[in-house]
Design a protein around this ligand. Structure first.
Ligand SMILES: *[C@@H]1O[C@H](CO)[C@@H](O)[C@H](O)[C@H]1NC(C)=O
Ligand SMILES: *[C@@H]1O[C@H](CO)[C@@H](O)[C@H](O)[C@H]1NC(C)=O
Length: 388
């Protein structure tokens, strides 16, 4: 009896030990990303009513699903024209995806909708998508900033709401990428959506909400130079951007350097007041992040900063993943090529339940092609410790 109890206790102890051993903690120094799985979510020209799919966005949801969005450009590949806002949803960490649903249809507008920034309100359990219509003022005016919201994990979406009523009419193209909900002070809980202006009035602008998207107001502005004047080559023209929150509560925004001011590389700016300001004191050019002027992906996960772009000074090719253990101060000298060929816009997300599974992966969505980068939109699952 005694022995049997001891044996039972011993086997209990052993199983406890072995389950502890499964819980190896992953240290950032061991990151060695592997392209683990990839599938095409959209193929241009392959589906009725859509000529070209572009501008991929990807987000987690509060319930642990993944949502992918893109513009379904109806009759041509151009940025203007009528579009569907296309969405697919995965409830199994990207293994399988729902069929495409068109959650917004702008009809036959000559200058229709443009994506966009997706922001998850984890406190309210909702997903908000901010986009623009008539951004190029092509046979229409004014440009409006619009929002749709889902409170059921992306299954259904509210009718579009016109945020320009509160923000004022101004050309504002959110993202493309994701907006953030502040997880740390200052302004914990605030929604921060950043984007850019247009032509003369370009720059990085952030809109903010402190009440879960009910009311929005204008926050930080980093204006182009010259502002409200036609640009020349090499003028300062900060454009499409991706904000991420660091664990110290500051927001770092990784910005497209439209006119190659100073370098063919990314502009980095930082807000320490929750998106109210973007001081020049905190602006720098990241020479390591060589860029052909494009929308890029960034993500902060478990204290590591990730970045994706077509890493080439001239062309949209060579989609590359980099990571930084120093909040972007330097990048680990081991970039991973995701796709050698034509590749354009990209966006990164991850699931964050705290499970071991979720700590191991990040997900990248990007424009991918053989001849042109707008041929398909691809979803890539990256195993962060898979290469070792
Ligand atoms: C949005 O609101 C603004 C400001 O009231 C208005 O000028 C604009 O026409 C509205 N846009 C749409 C699509 O209703
Ligand atoms: C692709 O990116 C890597 C990493 O930055 C770089 O070393 C390589 O030269 C790039 N190749 C091309 C063709 O751009």
């Amino acid at each position: 009896m005694e022995t049997r109890n001891r044996l039972a206790a011993l086997s209990l102890l052993l199983s406890a030990v072995s389950s502890v051993c499964v819980c190896v903690t992953f240290s950032p120094e061991e990151i060695d990303p592997l392209l683990y799985e990839e599938q095409l979510l959209w193929v241009s020209g392959a589906q009725g009513q859509v000529s070209t799919y572009r501008i991929p966005l990807l987000t987690f949801t509060p319930k642990g699903s993944l949502l992918a969005f893109s513009e379904g450009r109806k009759s041509a590949a151009a940025d203007i024209g009528a579009k569907f806002l296309a969405m697919r949803r995965s409830t199994d960490k990207g293994a399988t995806w729902s069929p495409t649903s068109f959650i917004v249809d702008d009809g036959s507008k000559p200058d229709g909708l443009n994506l966009g920034s997706v922001v998850v309100d984890e406190e309210a359990g909702s997903v908000i998508l901010v986009y623009s219509i008539c951004f190029h003022l092509y046979h229409c005016k004014p440009s409006s900033t619009m929002m749709v919201e889902s409170t059921d994990d992306g299954l259904s979406w509210s009718p579009p709401r016109n945020l320009s009523v509160q923000l004022g009419v101004k050309n504002f193209a959110p993202g493309p990428g994701f907006g953030i909900q502040k997880r740390y002070e200052p302004a914990k809980g605030r929604l921060v959506v950043c984007g850019h202006g247009t032509i003369a009035g370009n720059g990085v602008f952030c809109i903010l909400s402190d009440d879960h998207g009910k009311n929005w107001y204008n926050g930080a502005a980093l204006k182009s130079i010259p502002y409200n004047q036609k640009k020349k080559a090499q003028d300062f023209d900060p454009d499409e951007c991706q904000p991420v929150e660091l664990t110290d509560g500051s927001i770092v925004i990784n910005v497209r350097n439209q006119n190659n001011y100073h370098c063919r590389c990314r502009v980095i700016v930082r807000s320490r007041d929750g998106g109210l300001s973007l001081p020049i004191d905190d602006l720098f050019f990241d020479y390591e992040l060589v860029d052909p002027a494009v929308a890029a992906g960034a993500l902060q996960k478990d204290g590591v900063l990730y970045f994706t772009n077509p890493a080439n000074e001239q062309h949209r090719v060579n989609l590359t993943l980099r990571w930084s253990l120093t909040n972007g101060g330097s990048w680990v000298n081991k970039a991973v090529q995701i796709w050698a060929g034509p590749s354009g816009y990209s966006s990164i997300t991850s699931l964050d339940s705290g499970s071991i599974e979720d700590r191991k992966y990040i997900f990248v969505i990007y424009e991918k092609g053989h001849k042109d980068y707008d041929e398909t939109i691809s979803f890539a699952k990256i195993h962060l410790y898979g290469g070792r």
